[in-house]
Ligand binder design. Sequence first.
Ligand code: UDX
Length: 452
Amino acid sequence: MENRAEKRRIVLVPVAAQGHVTPMMQLGVALQLKGFSITVAKRQFKQISSSLQHVPGFDFVTIPESSDMSEFKGLGPAEFLMKLNKTNEASFKECISQLLLQQGNDIACIIYDKLMYFCEAAAKEFKLPSIIFSTSSATIQVCYCVLSKLEAEKFLIDMKDPEMQDKVLEGLHPLRYKDLPTSGFGPLEPLLEMCREVVNTRTASAIIINTANSLESSSLSWLQQELGITVYPLGPLHITASLPGPSLLQEDRSCVEWLNKQTPRSVIYISLGSKAHMETKEMLEMAWGLSNSKQPFLWVIRPGSILGSDGIESLPEEISKMVLERGYIVKWAPQIEVLAHPAVGGFWSHCGWNSTLESIVEGVPMICRPLQGEQKLNAMYIESVWRIGIQLEGEVERGCVERSVKRLIMEEEGAGMRERALVLKEKLKATVTSAGSSYNALNELVKDLKTQ
Ligand code: UDX
């Protein structure tokens, strides 16, 4: 008799951005290893679309674009997202109806990025099980729930009061009101509305989160109670299912050879993920500070990531010479391999969730330079909860850059952070190995998917 479970298909719906696509593909690989077939339903991604096709064994379908993108011009991020969800409902239903025809109704579940909640309409119409996937932390999901219940006008008045800013949210220690991620999404009211939409689980039966009990146990328990659906912490997914690509840019592997020539734990690795930008002035202060610290550094400068400059080539000769004396610059690095390299002593990061997990898994302490929204919350956890990093706040100035690098790489304080990072590393690794909490959660999920 044919094994029906092995043939059953999961439809994955990612957000078209590196930090979202990577963990979604890792989840796909983890489920593929458990015997499921994977179809990725993607919108017409610009940059990462072609590299996505290389994930072995996955099928891909494109959700037809149902609206003219010019209609989205001028919208803030929250409004953009809500409009995108509205306009994609019909085209996704069409996409699923075609898939059901082709697959002889063999779809076990639709798993969609929490921001792609338009998928629920199709799941409901075709009576298909659905599960939400959150590529960021459990604590961010908690914040979305809190924000969804706030009233914009009152919150704005409250936040003018410094006492209120520092107040811890009831039952959510150590989260303070000022930690709620409200920057980078445009005006507050649309953001709160977006949170209401995102936390509405509709008919989804569960939420998968790329995190682990050992990192965020209280946020996970809170969510379990609040949402009333099963919460599966499956992270860090990059250990469970490592994957070559998909990558925004071609990895420059020459930096590994450069790292091979450096002394152990001496190098600061600098990367701001796939989207963040910095001003030329900040970059120059960083260059001076790094250079003055006398530590070697590996710096990822993506094309266009320095506002008002084409990267290191367009900087004054004196500065690029100084940078190249101690540093090595690449446009895109094999980040996980770099973090695992014995020469790396610290990670200067914008604290995207993937970068945070990748750094902890390698036991590398961090210099946190969060730029917006959830990155600030991740940085707060890194500095104050896990105590494995230093946060740089306010304007970046060469003296504080030099000081932070020395504190992290050369001083006792940094050694303590590294020690704690190594303890956390072991705990995280244990979660994905036999009988660990993420390992068990994955098996539970598989069991549920097979019996839906
Ligand atoms: C953003 C958010 O910051 C993140 O918190 C959210 O969960 C997803 O969207 P991004 O800003 O790109 O993501 O940061 P991050 O989550 O850290 O993801 C970046 C990814 O790119 C990491 O997996 C990292 O390994 C990879 N990367 C980055 C490289 O492979 N090479 C590089 O040179 C730089």
